[in-house]
Design a protein around this ligand. Structure first.
Ligand SMILES: *Cc1c(COP(=O)(O)O)cnc(C)c1O
Length: 384
């Protein structure tokens, strides 16, 4: 109600993805579900709740605002880890709420220690190491100072993790760089260990590394895209199928389905233009349906005269321009379409499916980008 489209989240699909991922990584590796970017567009709140029903109690986010959203719906004692940005006021809040966060330089470490001292509560931190991504993290020359500060302030810090992030484990073309990172991480980790700094979790892998390189799983994996039923890249998918002898059957299931409804239908005479300007000429008597979603809802303008949707289990092509709030589709070949009929924009209907991947190829966006851009205002509902 009060919306022109809906995003459905399939509990069955999610459950199945989690059990598959856990089976691959092994039961001794902790699975942290990455829910940044509004849970890759699935909606943080419903997605976290659903994940908890599936047994997940560790979540990774990028920033404090996302951590707050997880905290609001999560069960008690759920681990929440901020992998990215957190400002000084937020460090205060995070320590009070026992939210974990990455510490990636000495300034941040000093700040954390001083806030922890003032609050008299230890901070739960993950020490991020720079291993070659060249983004954030302590480099080798900081290790001495890092160890000194940790040892001087033992009661203010709980070392939840020592971690790093790879610069593109989803592509074999990065193999050398990623492997060098892995080796550097091992070396720096050993040095910290020798000096008495031992974390609860040693972690480095996101979806691609966790699937492709077993040695990178360590104690915990930070998995985003796979939980939602997508692969980080076709390469990762094919590599996995080959190693597991799965022969083209995707073991993951898409969690998300995006639907709308037919708003109205009509017949247009041959020779008329349809919609704005002269982007589509009816070359025959054409039956059309109007769907109340447009580029304001994430249905890209580049799908003009190009995209498709599913109605009654069959494909209906978009004709003319994608408008801000609506699209027009050709239903000449579809019998019996009525106002109020369900329209699938992403997902299955009958025997056919519009995958994010096909949608993505049409609009030339990555899975990651398209998903995380799905507007927050679209209601998310949970289905079986
Ligand atoms: C986004 C992110 C992940 C998860 O990546 P996926 O490819 O979606 O599994 C893991 N670690 C960090 C640091 C990230 O930013």
């Amino acid at each position: 109600m009060f919306n022109t489209s809906t995003i459905e989240l399939s509990k069955g699909a999610l459950k199945s993805n989690y059990s598959y991922i856990q089976k691959v990584i092994g039961k001794n590796v902790k699975l942290s579900t990455v829910v940044k970017g509004n849970a890759y567009g699935h909606g943080i709140e419903p997605f976290v709740k659903l994940s908890q029903v599936c047994g997940i109690n560790h979540f990774s986010v990028y920033s404090a605002d996302e951590a707050l959203r997880v905290l609001t719906v999560a069960r008690k004692h759920t681990d929440i880890m901020i992998m990215g940005w957190i400002d000084d006021a937020e460090i205060d809040w995070a320590i009070k709420k026992q939210i974990q966060f990455y510490v990636f330089d000495l300034e941040r470490l000093r700040k954390t220690i001083s806030i922890s001292k003032r609050l008299k509560i230890p901070a739960r931190i993950h020490i991020e190491l720079e291993t070659g991504m060249n983004r954030t993290g302590f480099s080798e020359r900081n290790i001495g100072k890092l160890v000194e500060l940790i040892k001087q302030n033992k009661e203010n810090l709980i070392i939840e993790g020592i971690c790093t992030h790879y610069a593109g484990a989803e592509s074999i073309s990065n193999y050398v760089r990623v492997h060098n990172q892995f080796e550097k991480f091992e070396k720096m980790f050993m040095e910290l260990k020798r000096k008495g700094i031992v974390p609860k979790y040693k972690h480095s892998a996101s979806s691609a590394a966790a699937m492709t390189y077993p040695e990178m799983r360590m104690d915990l994996v930070r998995i985003g895209i796979l939980c939602y039923g997508f692969w980080p890249s076709p390469e990762t998918f094919i590599d996995h199928l080959t190693k597991k002898h799965l022969f083209e059957k995707d073991p993951l299931k898409r969690v998300l389905k995006w639907t709308s409804i037919v708003m109205s239908t009509k017949t247009v005479k041959m020779g008329e233009f349809i919609g704005y300007g002269n982007h589509y000429l009816a070359e025959r008597k054409t039956r059309i349906a109007v769907i109340p979603i447009g580029y304001a809802h994430g249905f890209s303008r580049s799908l003009s005269n190009n995209g498709k949707v599913l109605i009654k289990g069959r494909f209906a092509p978009v004709i003319g321009l994608v408008n801000m709030n609506l699209i027009i589709v050709d239903i000449t070949n579809l019998k019996g379409v009525r106002r109020g009929d369900q329209v699938v924009i992403i997902g299955k209907q009958g025997k056919n499916e519009i995958s994010v991947a096909s949608f993505m190829q049409m609009v030339n966006q990555l899975n990651y980008e398209l998903l995380s851009r799905l507007p927050e205002s679209i209601p998310r509902i949970v289905t079986k």
